[in-house]
Write a protein that binds this ligand. Sequence first.
Ligand code: FE2
Length: 248
Amino acid sequence: MFDIHAHVLPNILHDDGPKHLEKSLEMIERARKDGVSAIVATPHMMIPVENRKEEIKKAIQSLGELPIPIYIGSEIFADDIVLANDNSLIPLGDSNYLLIEFPRAELPQHVDEIFFVLQTKGFECIFAHPERNGSIINDPNLLVELIRKGVLCQVNAGSILGSYGKTCQKTAQILLEHNMVHFIASDMHSPNRLYYSLKEAVAQAQEYTDSASDMVLKNPQTILNNGFLEVSEPKQYKKRGFWFFGRR
Ligand SMILES: [Fe+2]
């Protein structure tokens, strides 16, 4: 399996991953034991930082010989100042794919435009953990148009497993059932509390979709090779109505 979203590098500015190298190594070992064969390190890019790419490369080198490869990447906060700075747009591996995160509470009004501008710069965009975003929780169908416009979606293993609560879990299930998920990733931050098993998440996701294993195998492999990912048409989610039974 490939994990395309992980805060695995030690002591990176503005990131909330491990503080010490030993913890990074523990996380990598835990992922390897879970069946992960390559990890993309995606420290948060919250504000533009000079020489960010070099900082990430050095942090990867500091880990020494590793049992599985770690690729350079970034989780880019969709802030106008960050996005306007070309040095902030660090893709996953050697690809043109960017991992983009939004404020947790709600999507900005100009979300379409944000993706469009990045696409016109030659990037492909992956929306990080939409199931944790308030706007998507309220209306999963917001993703239908974005996916039709070429945006891909990455759901967290922990969301599928219920680690962020019932609402996120239910939203992850809805997205999986409606062809609105293209990747499952760990979004791990530490070796203990915040590691959620990709293997367990895929097993759970298989209850909702036939393409769960593609989300950790074929799809991430395709984008890390900078290939074009063909996706299924997303399905509109219809909220189920409630039946009220009056007393006789
Ligand atoms: Fe993250």
